[in-house]
Design a protein around this ligand. Structure first.
Ligand code: GAP
Length: 456
């Protein structure tokens, strides 16, 4: 069994309709990607799995859908205007801009840049004569801080234009709605607000296909709690993250925790879960102890009290927040790398197969009439019945072997063949994607057979 490289993955995603280059017909826009029909289904299935795991089966857990554009004071209060920056420097020779930490890590992957100050990074680059990856010379400007937020203008006239920002994280939507959710859901601490939504960052060095992009989707989850309960909850959500990844089918040996040494401006403690991609370990989740920082800052800047009245102790206090955040696009990529393999068959032939967890499979069942005209009517009947319960596809092109291969390549867990026996006995042949074993199932029992097999 062979896993695929990053280049092969990008080609696969394009060929089978998972991910296309953004604005492709215009030559693209660097580092933007569009999800095709299968990629969109995969993304939605990941989001549904998150909703189940975080919203549905957890108590006091509420979903929100807040706007991307927010009052700009939100970003002043949150610290993003002042502190959400990357350390950048320019090559004086070829004028390319680089992130100082990436420059160092590309030169020597063993250096932990999290522990280096800006001055130490500059000294390292000079002492080691770290070369520019573009022109090979080592002649850089000083490090400058570069804000990662995309700014845009809002207003009806030139004079009234004001700067607003595309949100760089969706968490602030949860914080500014803390009081609204508390009031309308009549809830108590600890409670959680989760949100799935787009975030935007002007990443200067996008790389690795969809891993680091300027527009991406996050599934963020904020648990508001009493100070003192925060450290236990922090540990709890680190483990819950691992459980979620096992639930969606990421293997344990490709996952690890990584504690942050350099903390974001809002965090008291932070730990990532990383996945082993072909380019190395990469963050797919973060758990952060954000203390009462965000709510306290919003109280200060908005003038609105963010205090919670604890009826058990008769105390008033600003809650602490434990954040558990997931990047949807990075999860799509991790799931694809986890599942896509080239497998050698007994016949010495190979097949490309996406051994994806059926829960996430974009299409669950493939309906295959063996002979086009003779079996079409019955196949269409089975197709429309199953469509009520599953995402089903219908394929009557090429020979049955080719149709199996295409279904395997896009991860369809079960193929249902309609042939003369179906017309005679009202049974179909169901083929399992992974084992390639076939079983005969009465048409009347097909729905429950498939539901049981996929544990739906
Ligand atoms: N609210 C906290 C926060 O935004 P983060 O670690 O900066 O924390 C959370 O981002 C998650 O969003 C990451 O774990 C990652 O999965 C995803 N993410 C962050 N930047 C990204 C980018 N440029 N492209 C794709 N995904 C990104």
């Amino acid at each position: 069994m062979r896993k695929v490289s990053m280049e092969e993955m990008a080609a696969y995603c394009n060929r089978y309709g998972f991910i296309f280059q953004g604005s492709e017909i215009y030559g693209g826009l660097a580092n933007t990607w569009d999800y095709g029909p299968l990629g969109t289904r995969l993304k939605n299935n990941i989001k549904d799995a998150w909703r189940y795991f975080f919203i549905q089966i957890r108590e006091n857990s509420y979903e929100l859908d807040s706007d991307i554009l927010m009052n700009p004071t939100v970003w002043k209060a949150s610290g993003h205007i002042d502190s959400f920056t990357d350390p950048l420097l320019d090559c004086k020779e070829c004028k390319t801009r680089h992130r100082a930490d990436n420059l160092i890590n590309d030169f020597d992957a063993t250096i932990n840049t999290d522990t280096l100050s800006e001055e130490q990074m500059v000294n390292f680059i000079i002492a080691k004569k770290v070369p520019c990856p573009k022109c090979g010379k080592s002649n850089f400007t000083d490090i400058r801080k570069f804000n990662l937020m995309f700014a845009t203008q809002r207003g009806t006239t030139q004079e009234t234009l004001s700067t607003i920002y595309l949100r760089p994280e969706n968490a602030q939507g949860e914080y500014v709605n803390f009081l609204n959710v508390l009031r309308t859901m009549r809830t108590k601490l600890p409670f959680s607000i989760g949100q799935i939504g787009k975030a935007f960052r002007n990443e200067i060095t996008p790389r690795n296909f969809t891993f680091r992009t300027i527009e991406f989707e996050q599934m963020e989850y904020q648990t508001f709690c009493k100070k003192g309960n925060d450290e236990d909850l922090y540990d709890y959500f680190k483990d819950y993250g691992m459980k979620f990844f096992e639930y969606i089918g990421l293997s344990k040996e490709c996952l690890k925790f990584k504690d942050h040494e350099k903390l974001a401006h809002y965090a008291k403690a932070a730990c990532d879960i990383e996945y082993l991609f072909p380019f190395g370990w990469g963050e797919i989740n973060g758990t952060h102890n954000r203390t009462d920082f965000d709510l306290r800052m919003h109280q200060e800047f908005s003038g609105k009290s963010m205090e919670y009245f604890d009826t058990e102790t008769n105390e008033k206090y600003i809650p602490y927040v434990i954040e558990s955040t997931y990047g949807v696009d990075r999860l799509v990529l991790a799931i694809l790398f986890e599942s896509l393999v080239e497998e050698e068959l007994e016949s010495r032939d190979t097949r490309l197969v996406l051994k994806i967890n059926p829960l996430l499979a974009p299409i669950k069942v493939n309906i295959l009439p063996l002979i086009k005209k003779r079996h079409t009517e019955m196949a269409k009947k089975v197709y429309s019945e199953l469509q009520k319960y599953f995402m089903v596809s219908y394929d009557d092109a090429n020979n049955i072997g080719k149709r199996y291969r295409r279904g395997d390549a896009i991860g369809i867990p079960y193929s249902v063949t309609i042939d003369d026996t179906t017309l005679k006995n009202n049974t179909v042949t169901v083929r399992d994607r992974d084992t390639m074993q076939q079983v005969v199932v009465p048409v009347d029992e097909l729905k429950s057979y498939l539901s049981d097999s996929m544990s739906f």
